[in-house]
Design a protein around this ligand. Structure first.
Ligand code: FES
Ligand code: FES
Length: 210
């Protein structure tokens, strides 16, 4: 019997979406509630539209958007790397703009729309950027990949909208280039250093090849 399992097939699935709900999620949530009571803090209600669905949360006001997604909604595709705004692993889109979800509180986004990696595509129907990352091997361990993909989708929109970057030469005409991509994606760190392949994947999407 042959086993047709390759590194690409395994990583491709995991980079596309993280849909597995951790077995300890309920216990974790209940532990958080207890901890919140112990701290004397009072939960507040937050309404978010997450990946197109209205979600109601009761969270400690100190809860970051990242923890709200991961610990309260069990959307674990968004990763926690540094938890202090340095790595970009936690990048999601809020009302279409990319942000580090570890640096913002869930309560600050009441009523807003959040898109995570789970909302971009599914394992059987990848977003073009997810497909391009698979095609170009734009990852190794995959930990930074959800953030890289969310960031790159929003980043291409920024170029389309004419938002200049630090390396834009002509502010009246913002165009795509590898230099622009490297600058604009510099907030997304990849410890596996898949940068060359990430740029190739983004270029494919920008040129409409994926
Ligand atoms: S986990 Fe948010 S920037 Fe690193
Ligand atoms: S693929 Fe491993 S950190 Fe980027």
């Amino acid at each position: 019997m042959t086993h047709d399992v390759t590194r690409r097939s395994i990583l491709g699935g995991s980079a596309a979406v993280c849909l597995v709900v951790p077995a300890g999620a309920d216990a974790q949530s209940s532990a958080q509630k207890k901890s919140s009571k112990a701290n004397g803090s009072k939960n507040v209600s937050v309404q978010l539209i997450v990946n197109g669905e209205p979600r109601s949360l009761a969270v400690d006001p100190r809860t970051t958007l990242l923890d709200a997604l991961r610990e309260h909604l069990q959307l674990t595709g968004t990763k926690k790397g540094c938890d202090q705004g340095q790595c970009g692993a936690c990048t999601v889109m809020v009302d279409g703009r990319r942000i580090n979800s570890c640096l913002t509180l869930a309560v600050m986004h009441d009523g807003e729309s959040v898109t995570t990696i789970e909302g971009l595509g599914e394992a059987t129907h990848l977003h073009p950027m997810q497909a391009a990352f698979v095609k170009h091997d734009g990852y190794q361990c995959g930990y930074c990949t959800p953030g890289q993909i969310c960031s790159s989708v929003a980043m291409l929109r920024e170029i389309e909208d004419g938002v200049p970057s630090h390396v834009t030469q002509d502010l009246s005409r913002v165009t795509f280039s590898d230099t622009e991509v490297r600058e604009r994606m510099s907030g997304n760190i990849c410890r596996c250093a898949a940068y060359a392949n990430i740029v190739a994947a983004i270029r494919d999407v920008a040129e409409g090849q994926s």
